[in-house]
Write a protein that binds this ligand. Sequence first.
Ligand code: NAD
Length: 355
Amino acid sequence: MRVLESDNMAFEVSPLMESSFERMLVENFSFANIAILVDENTHNYCLDYLLTSFNSLSKAEVILLPAGEENKIIEVCIQVWEALAEYQFEKKDLLINLGGGLVSDLGGFIASTYKRGISYINIPTSLLAMVDAGIGGKTGIDLGNYKNLIGTIFFPVYTYVDNHFLRTLPDKELKNGYAEMLKHALISEVELWHILVKIDSLNQLINTEAIKQSIVIKQTIVSKDPLENGPRKLLNFGHTIGHGIEGYLLNKNPVSHGHAVALGMIGESYLSYKLNFLSNTEFNQIKDQLLKIYELPKMPTSAINEIMKIIKQDKKNKLNKINFTLLEAIGKASIDNFLEEEMVEESLNYLFNLK
Ligand SMILES: NC(=O)c1ccc[n+]([C@@H]2O[C@H](COP(=O)([O-])OP(=O)(O)OC[C@H]3O[C@@H](n4cnc5c(N)ncnc54)[C@H](O)[C@@H]3O)[C@@H](O)[C@H]2O)c1
């Protein structure tokens, strides 16, 4: 019995039928039980294609999750662990996460903990999961308002990215993934930024090389620092403030992860500018581009205190200072900038008073 060794660079971007998916299943999981984790939407839009196209999946069990971030919680995990136990899953068996970031984060967490780890494959079906959540091995669930507070780093044995799944993805979900693509460009590739800001309609993204470029940026950063001791923190740009906003709104008027990160990127670009890392011109370009696409939700004045409470719980903080990845220019970022609370509050005030 074994868990297949994962290679954190193992991914393919191609139609699934032309990929190594079936061969990988035959070579490694012929004698394994296989379960496919889906949510309600990927059950309806994506599962049939998988079940009808690949013989190796003819006996796979299907585990259905309720859709929505509010279900990325321990109670749902318990039901999935119970299902795997009922199917008598062993160490050699395989979980396939077919879905967006909810399914890959929660499914990866399940795989990393069930019997101390079983193999899993990610087949991301949302743009956000393709360019971000489905790769890089971070798994996790939320605890109350705290996003991804409980989790592990446990790599999938493989990630298969097939952009044909995006055809059924609602426009607002394209917008959600686009934010993480902009983030990848902002932290490390000015050319990608220029390509992305020229796109007229987000549907154009579906067939562009930009998806692959975005994945390569993430994979390259993760491969240098899989456990996030250094350069991987670059990927947190926009997320410290973003997670605060996302967590605060979770049970009120939820915004998507990408939307929250986009707002976080405005706040954190403001901090970068105030600290004289980023020029005023580039700060305005970033702010204007993001505000063109992502609206500012209405926030009561009490929101700032509540968001600050969440930000102060951020996993990256040290000695009561809040740790930020900040921009030095479009395409260049720096990690481990520890800031006082007052500055962060100032950036939230700035953000929520923008028109
Ligand atoms: N692990 C990481 O490194 C990482 C990185 C970024 C984000 N995340 C996490 O990812 C989550 C957000 O991911 P998400 O935006 O994909 O959310 P999601 O999984 O909730 O998907 C968004 C919506 O799209 C639907 N959907 C997915 N694929 C579809 C398809 N092909 N057709 C029709 N509908 C489809 C889903 O059912 C859902 O309603 C958050 O929990 C966030 O914390 C994790």
